[in-house]
Design a protein around this ligand. Structure first.
Ligand code: DX5
Ligand code: ZN
Length: 218
């Protein structure tokens, strides 16, 4: 079986009860926190003060996905606060290499996200600076959108670059990941899976996580 990680997105959780909603996914590997600034994406969620509070109560490590402008300025603070993985968007970063180094220096795994219309190849030489690459399988901004299967060749290309470089870099997919779509992601080379509506929309979040993990592991 493949070594896989499930990271439920609390974007689909009840924002009035986030501590309880984190407890509901305590059998997951990570909790995915979507930070949106209403500039990089047309939606607004939460920022560092809320993340600091979540870190105090979360039973599992936080995986921060920053959909914000100027991540060079803001992302290292999420690592310093205690997020164990911090993802910035390459489309927003002025100096992705330096930013990845800053995130690592602040104690987190450094991760770079690419939107559906952003190609992978121009950034492949950043791999030595990265612990994870996030291939978006929807346009970032909202939960509950349809999975873009046309992103699978990009997942394959990222996985192939990692094979060539020989590093231990995770490949994450985010957007429309469900029991129907997770196997094709795993087959293409993803090993870390974000799921929002598929987990929090299920009758049992814990059971949904177990099912997704089993399907991804193959
Ligand atoms: C979208 C966010 C995702 C979102 C996924 O911009 O980055 O993490 O919560 O939600 P689902 O799994 O419902 O597509
Ligand atoms: Zn996300």
């Amino acid at each position: 079986a493949r070594d896989v990680r499930i990271s439920p997105s609390i974007l689909s959780a009840d924002f009035a009860n986030l501590e309880r909603e984190l407890d509901a996914i305590n059998n997951a590997d990570w909790a995915h926190v979507d930070v949106m600034d209403n500039h990089f994406v047309p939606n607004l969620t939460l920022g560092l003060p809320v993340v600091e509070s979540l870190l105090k109560v979360s039973p599992i490590p936080l995986d921060a996905h920053l959909m914000i402008d100027d991540p060079d300025r803001w992302a290292p603070a999420y690592a310093e606060a205690g997020c164990k993985s911090v993802t910035f968007h390459v489309e927003a970063a002025a100096d992705p290499k330096k930013l990845a180094r800053d995130i690592r220096a602040a104690g987190a795994r450094a991760s770079m996200a690419i939107k559906p219309n952003t190609p992978w190849e121009p950034y492949a030489d950043l791999l030595p600076e990265l612990d994870m690459v996030l291939v978006m399988t929807v346009e970032p901004g909202f939960g509950g959108q349809s999975f873009m299967a046309e992103q699978m060749p990009k997942v394959r290309a990222v996985r192939e670059s990692i094979r060539t470089h020989g590093g231990d870099v995770w490949v994450q997919v985010d957007g429309g990941v469900s029991a129907k779509t997770i196997e094709q992601c795993a087959e293409a080379g993803a090993d870390t899976f974000v799921a929002g509506s598929a987990v929090y929309g299920a009758e049992s979040a814990a059971a949904a996580i177990d099912e997704l993990r089993a399907l991804a592991a193959g």
